[in-house]
Design a protein around this ligand. Structure first.
Ligand code: LCS
Length: 397
């Protein structure tokens, strides 16, 4: 399909288009392997001379449909589907990095990504340096001849920091055009932000979140130049991690993606209203949401994104005890990790999603014990607010 279609149309039509007597909905290719019409054809599929299906760890028509849709949404050449967001990140880094290389990462990122970077990559001789990407002097000082990649989330999990993708990519590429700028675009989704168009090289997603939207699969995706995606597929996924999704999960993701654009827009609207209501609640010390003028990078978010997303973090008055009282008294909102889906989810980053950070690392990353993160879903605004309001009131008793 032509790439200039609008996002809502791409969400529905890209990747699989029924023609003739085809089923409207793509069938599920629930198979581990594919039959070769001849020995010669099989060999040519392996050598890359033929584009045929081989074995599901190397690709599957359901994966290709999802990959085409997400690549088109991100304005990129290609995408590779993985079994999880962590699979996407690991497959990318295992493909790009070798012992002796240097990775520059943001100090506030999802807990398991932080754990991979700080505890595990070092076991394989990779040096990781954590910085604040809003301080560009720190970035300039950190760049070295062995810097191979830069990694950050924007908005970041869970402090919703916004980083300037265009400026950071320019600085990195001016230093060395080979440096791969990797953006985790999970919070924004390609509906709100397209990092590759702003100069980044690679986008990764936890497709478990808004891309699928319904909390019924774990999945991930890597997006970027076709040649590099081919390497990530054939090295990072095929040989190094085996982080392959199932055809059934790919089919669920293909379905979830059909409503991505409309879900994101509807969730954005009510998240803005909830953020404003939280700002006026006496139990709340501070609301962190890029759509509020009080957010330190509100202007940048306005330029770089076309909406502010569905995640709000806030500090509650009364410390960890008040946070626990609130989280234990929500009724409609689910006390659960994950985000971006149609249900409203609420959780405590310091003891849950970011528990792999030590107390000192949490303080350095700005994740306090009274910080609560909410992912606003598609329930009616009045019902979400009524539940949050009663839980906030109860937290202060
Ligand atoms: N990147 C970001 C920004 C994430 O938030 C997550 C998971 C991942 C990558 C990893 O994706 P997964 O392997 O789970 O598909 N974040 C979670 C969170 O904040 N709550 O639960 C999971």
């Amino acid at each position: 399909m032509h790439k200039s279609k609008h996002p809502a149309t791409i969400c529905l039509h890209e990747g699989y288009q029924a023609t003739g007597n085809d089923p409207l909905i793509m069938p599920i290719y629930q198979t581990s392997t594919f039959v070769f019409e001849s020995c010669e054809f099989g060999g040519e599929c392996f050598s890359g001379e033929q584009n045929g299906n081989i074995y599901t760890r190397l690709g599957n028509p359901n994966f290709h449909a999802v990959e085409a849709k997400i690549a088109a949404l991100e304005g990129a050449e290609a995408a590779v589907l993985t079994s999880s967001g962590m699979g996407a990140i690991a497959a990318t880094l295992w493909t790009l990095l070798s012992s002796g290389d240097h990775l520059i990462a943001a100090k506030t990122i999802y807990g398991c990504t932080f754990s991979l970077f700080s505890h595990h990559l070092s076991r394989f001789g990779i040096e990781v340096e954590f910085i604040d990407f809003n301080d560009l002097a720190q970035l300039k000082n950190a760049l070295k001849s062995n810097t191979k990649a830069i990694f950050f989330e924007t908005p970041a999990n869970p402090d919703l920091s916004i980083y300037d993708i265009r400026q950071i990519s320019t600085i990195a590429h001016q230093y060395n055009s080979e440096i791969q700028v990797i953006i985790d675009n999970t919070f924004a989704t390609p509906i709100l932000q397209q990092p590759i168009k702003l100069g980044a090289d690679i986008v990764v997603h936890s497709a478990t979140k808004a891309l699928n939207g319904h909390s019924d699969i774990i999945s991930g995706v890597v997006v970027g130049k076709a040649e590099l995606m081919q390497r990530i597929q054939m090295e990072g996924i095929k040989d190094l991690t085996g982080a392959v999704p199932s055809p059934h999960d790919a089919s669920l993701l293909l379905r979830g993606l059909k409503t991505l654009s409309i879900r994101v827009k509807a969730q954005n609207e009510q998240t803005m209203r909830i953020a404003s209501a939280l700002e006026n609640h006496p139990a709340v010390e501070k609301v962190i949401f890029p759509g509020l003028s009080s957010h330190p990078q509100h202007e940048l978010a306005t330029q770089q994104m076309t909406g502010f997303g569905n995640i709000i973090s806030f500090n509650i008055k009364g410390g960890f005890d008040a946070a626990k009282r609130m989280l234990n008294s929500v009724e409609l909102c689910a006390l659960a990790v994950s985000l971006g889906c149609v249900h409203t989810l609420i959780q405590h980053p310091a003891s849950m999603t970011h528990s792999s950070y030590s107390a000192e690392e949490l303080a350095n990353a700005g994740i306090a014990n009274n910080l609560i993160r909410i992912s606003i879903g598609l329930e009616d605004y009045e019902d979400i607010w009524s539940d949050l309001n009663q839980a906030l009131n109860y937290s202060q008793i």
